[in-house]
Design a protein around this ligand. Structure first.
Ligand code: FAD
Length: 480
């Protein structure tokens, strides 16, 4: 959650407005200009899962965010382990850069940017961490601030909610579940009720992550190495950000008949097929059990082993996301060529969480009913770092513009994939996690990685003033 805030000592009354409800929750202040958003790993600048950036159409989002001044592309250029251009044999509209970054390196680099922005005279950022447990809204349905679990209160003319998978979050391994936003991180409760009280509709979605394997227990000799491309490709248009570094290969293995048999025999033990959890997951990023069910005729699926860092022994088992019980997961891993003796560092899991259908927002990402309240990222029904980075940029900039009573910014559908995504989110009834895809844009032949800088920057320059936000009431001091 990000908000431009003035700290109000120990009050739950801000400017004469009372908080709607006070309950427990969990809060950090993630970056709003850049993503993946510890500890650098957790909290501001932390990456949730696989530290890969880009891929088809997602790379265009990264280039566009870079053209607008966001950081995701620059940090990926500084911290990559390997980079490949996908779809090289196809047309420019679907060619895409994908980089595997160092998980800790990325988070540390992002944290350093935040630390620099928040230190010294004239700093532009004030980072605070705390458990936000309520929104403060005035009698005219304008946001006035947030309150925290331990009694802190922040006055804020604009608030950006970026609660990710934490709102009412529950992680699942087989039939066992635990309240959590991600493994090892507390879920957030209460804000869903606040949003309900304010008249918003909320729903439930799910996503998942594969197990991590110990790289020292894997036999790479039977796998196909996937080296980095030899030629240089960068996300950022700013060549001063380009840092050439030694690369690290990924490796390719495949599912076997034994893997598929194990999955079919144990399907009823997963939360989805066992009926313990009914939330919709991302259709274009299916679990391995979904792949085996949906593509029953396929004898094998590709599995990529991706290192999470240069000095980390954890491998991300890409393409092997599952919510099977832990003992089945281990047997499944052992069924992959080269993984017969591998150690599982952490099991895969699913997580389901509350989100808010984004038709309740305008394309500025401000809610239609509470002025000054913006949402961005997973809470809007999307999934993916790049989607969150793009929305975070738009919501953060607009929260600042709103706070300054300046006209808000919208990016047209035809000029960028960011504009296409915002238009889709705010006008279509989407009931499953949204990922940006090349096919979502009817302008895909025009909106490419190679011209993202000119297209996006031009559309921003051509922007007519949209509207002025309602004038805010003066903020008064809290009662003594
Ligand atoms: C298990 C898992 C695996 C994933 N794998 C991938 C992947 O491989 N590739 C990919 O592109 N994307 C992946 N994603 C999705 C990606 O992590 C998200 O789309 C992206 O991080 C969303 O960004 P966000 O800012 O919306 O939320 P997050 O990055 O989740 O950040 C939310 C932040 O808000 C804080 N917060 C939560 N509740 C409150 C509250 N009440 N008050 C204040 N602060 C609060 C949290 O502490 C957290 O710091 C994965 C997600 C999960 C959970």
């Amino acid at each position: 959650m990000w908000f431009s805030a003035a700290k109000v000592k120990g009050e739950t009354e801000i400017g004469g407005c009372r908080s709607r409800r006070v309950r427990g929750g969990h809060c950090r202040l993630p970056s709003w200009r850049a993503h993946p958003p510890a500890d650098a790993q957790h909290g501001p600048g932390g990456v949730a899962c696989n530290p890969a950036v880009g891929g088809p159409s997602k790379s265009t989002l990264v280039h566009e965010v870079d053209a607008l001044g966001g950081l995701i592309g620059r940090l990926a250029d500084r911290t990559y382990l390997q980079r490949r251009v996908l779809n090289r044999s196809k047309g420019p509209a679907v060619r895409a850069l994908r980089a595997q970054t160092g998980k800790r390196e990325y988070s540390v680099a992002m944290r350093a940017v935040l630390d620099e922005a928040s230190s010294g005279a004239g700093s532009t950022l004030d980072v605070r961490e705390g458990m936000v447990d309520d929104l403060v809204v005035d009698a005219n349905d304008r946001v006035a601030g947030v309150t925290t679990h331990f009694g802190g209160a922040f006055r804020a003319p604009a608030v950006v909610l970026t609660t990710g998978t934490f709102l009412g979050g529950a992680i699942w391994v087989g039939a066992k579940s635990l309240p959590a936003g991600r493994a090892g991180e507390m879920a957030s409760f209460g804000l869903t009720e606040t949003l309900g009280t304010l008249g918003f509709e909320t729903g439930r979605l799910k996503t998942g992550t594969p197990a991590r394997a110990d790289s020292r227990s894997v036999d790479y000799s039977v796998m196909v190495p996937q080296p980095s491309d030899e030629d240089d490709h960068w996300f950022s248009f700013d060549s001063t950000e380009w840092v050439r570094r030694p690369t690290v290969p990924c490796h390719l293995t495949r599912t076997t008949t034994a893997t598929h048999d194990l999955i079919r025999e144990n399907l009823h033990l997963t939360p989805q097929y066992g009926g313990f959890m009914t939330s919709a997951g991302p259709r274009y990023c299916p679990s391995v059990e979904d792949k085996v069910v949906r593509f029953a005729g396929r004898e094998s699926h590709q599995i990529f082993l991706e290192p999470e860092g240069r000095a980390i022994h954890e491998l991300y088992v890409q393409g092997f996301s599952t919510a099977m019980p832990e003992h089945v997961q281990l047997a499944m891993l052992h069924s992959l060529p080269g993984m017969e003796a591998c150690k599982m560092v952490r099991p895969a899991y699913s997580v389901d969480y509350d989100y808010l259908p984004a038709t309740q927002l305008s394309r500025t990402l401000m809610t239609k009913t509470v002025a000054g309240l913006f949402l961005a990222g997973q809470v809007c029904g999307t999934t993916g770092y790049e989607e969150a980075a793009a929305q975070g940029w738009v919501a953060g900039v607009n929260a600042s513009l709103y706070s300054a009573s300046a006209p808000l910014l919208t990016l047209p559908r035809e000029s960028s994939f960011i504009g296409t995504m915002l238009d889709d989110l705010t006008t279509k009834d989407l009931r499953e996690p949204y990922r940006v895809l090349t096919s979502r844009s009817e302008y895909r032949l025009l909106l490419r990685a190679d011209n993202a800088e000119t297209e996006t920057a031009q559309s921003r320059r051509e922007q007519p003033p949209r509207r002025l936000p309602p004038k805010r009431p003066p903020v008064t001091s809290p009662a003594a």
